[in-house]
Design a protein around this ligand. Structure first.
Ligand code: PMV
Length: 351
């Protein structure tokens, strides 16, 4: 849908300004794991958008006579370790945002969630950056399809980032079940009110950054022995999950969400070479959740992303019961007793 455009010369007066966007992280319930071509997912994914784990990014821009230039600061400090990722991102997007050839930009980002807590920040970071870039395009060109284009640009930075521009939930990847779904960008998925009142408490099991990056993990799916079965399973699980959400079938919702989380890690365990991102305390917490659920009739279930930390998903009516359970039985498995209480949110916001 979005095609690379030719170089056009824009009026210099329009080529300076500043814009700030805040964008959240998201948690996938149906997991994106494995890609083809340029960041095209091998299966559709569905995520809940979060509200407290955000990146806030400001871009100031001015005309440049010798092509596109950028400087990047994280919390006002230069971050040379992000240069490689950002260089790749800008190479990928420049033909879709050709006005970039005529400006130099200064990017400053901050995160609202603790740095090095083991929480992946690429979804919030690339979606906040892409919302700023698409906003600059909008102010120069009065272009339309703002959110779709922001999602499209975000995808080229980090696949899962394309789902963060919307809330309360998003679907990315073509699925016959969702007519408007696309591989190139995510589309919003409206939740019934019941699910808009869901919490996501993130238990920090490991504060270190993960030993195997998701880029390497996605690559290992290319020749994975279970790749075709996984694609089939993800499509089936998406069908089941959507039905369980629409029918408010919590038992089925829990089954699918936990099956997806464990399958993601089963794919890692069975890739070649295999790798393990789960930690002993991740398993301890899962066992505690299962025995808690046998004794208590609550909405609590867990999911995992590509790491050792656990996301606890539960409805607001269970808040007190689950918070007591966390404090009494789970915090001993968390690194320095750390956790973050988040909830469903509504995507990027202009500041
Ligand atoms: O967006 P990436 O390349 O960091 O991959 C994210 C993969 C998972 O978080 C494991 C699943 C997902 O759909 O977000």
């Amino acid at each position: 849908m979005f095609q690379p455009s030719k170089k056009i010369v824009y009026e210099k007066s329009k080529l300076s300004g500043t814009t700030t966007w805040q964008s959240p992280s998201n948690i996938a319930l149906i997991k994106y794991w494995g890609k083809r071509d340029l960041q095209i997912p091998i299966n559709p994914s569905l995520s809940f958008t979060l509200s407290k784990c955000n990146t806030q990014t400001t871009i100031s821009y001015k005309p440049s006579s010798d092509g596109f230039k950028y400087e990047f600061y994280f919390e006002d400090q230069p971050k040379p370790e992000f240069k490689k990722k950002l260089d790749i991102f800008f190479q990928r997007i420049i033909s879709y945002l050709p006005f970039l050839n005529q400006i130099s930009i200064k990017i400053n980002s901050t995160n609202t969630f603790p740095h090095s807590s083991g929480i992946a920040s690429s979804a919030s970071a690339f979606s906040a950056l892409s919302l700023c870039l698409t906003d600059i395009e909008k102010s120069i060109l009065c272009s339309s399809d703002f959110l779709k284009k922001s999602s499209f640009i975000s995808r080229l930075g980090s696949g899962s980032a394309c789902r963060s521009v919307y809330g309360p939930a998003s679907i990315w990847g073509k699925s016959s079940l969702v007519k408007e779904s696309k591989d190139d960008y995510a589309v919003p998925f409206d939740l019934p009110n019941f699910f808009k009142n869901y919490n996501d408490t993130i238990l920090i099991v490991d504060e270190k950054s993960k030993s195997v990056s998701s880029t390497v993990g996605h690559d290992l799916v290319k020749n994975h022995q279970f790749k075709n079965s996984r694609v089939k399973q993800a499509n089936k699980n998406l069908d089941k999950l959507i039905k369980s959400i629409l029918n408010k079938d919590i038992g089925e919702f829990i089954k699918v969400v936990e099956n997806e989380a464990l399958t993601l890690h089963a794919m890692m365990l069975s890739s070649n070479p295999s790798f393990i991102l789960l930690k002993p305390n991740t398993i301890n917490i899962i066992n505690k959740i299962w025995s808690f659920r046998n004794k208590n009739n609550t909405t609590l279930c867990f999911t995992l992303d590509a790491g050792a930390n656990i996301h606890l998903l539960y409805h607001q009516t269970d808040f007190e019961t689950v918070q007591n359970f966390i404090k009494d039985e789970l915090l001993i498995f968390c690194s320095n007793g750390k956790y973050i209480d988040d909830k469903i949110g509504y995507g990027g916001i202009k500041k």
